[in-house]
Design a protein around this ligand. Structure first.
Ligand code: FE2
Ligand code: FE2
Length: 148
């Protein structure tokens, strides 16, 4: 079974790849494809945030007693990222190529900074702290298998 780091980091890579494909479609003015890809970007990103906010973060807080620490920072960054995703959605709907590419770039850069913090700090700490909570995590996170 994958570690928490591996599972959640793989979801980051998957969203990154979709976003890259979406930007390429916008770049070549293929709006039909771009909108399909945006829907996937949004769905995967929001599901990933849910996995963290409903699954990983509460269990992390419970196990470490750190309620006001890294998880709170990550939650507030999710809120900003959700707003950027909404702006991106508006630009996509308007078929505004400049706004879509600009907002996608801003979203991507912010997301990378966010993801690096999770991958370098939060996930490794979670791998240590949640060794006995993996089945609880798997109940909250679709696709995360706690093993046998
Ligand atoms: Fe996150
Ligand atoms: Fe994440």
């Amino acid at each position: 079974m994958p570690t928490i780091s591996e599972f959640f980091s793989a979801q980051h890579r998957s969203c990154d790849a979709l976003l890259g494909k979406m930007e390429a479609a916008v770049d070549r003015d293929d709006w039909q494809q771009a909108e399909i890809l945006f829907d996937q970007v949004r769905a995967e990103t929001l599901q990933h945030f849910e996995n963290e906010e409903q699954g990983l973060f509460p269990l992390f807080e419970q196990a470490t007693g750190m309620h006001q620490g890294p998880t709170q920072v990550m939650r507030s960054e999710h809120a900003e990222l959700r707003e950027l995703l909404q702006s991106l959605g508006a630009a996509m709907q308007a078929h505004d190529q400049n706004a879509a590419l600009g907002t996608a770039e801003t979203f991507f850069l912010f997301l990378q900074q966010h993801n690096v913090k999770e991958e370098q700090v939060l996930y490794p700490m979670a791998d240590q702290a949640l060794q006995d909570s993996l089945s609880a995590l798997s109940e909250k996170v679709p696709g995360f298998a706690a093993g046998s």
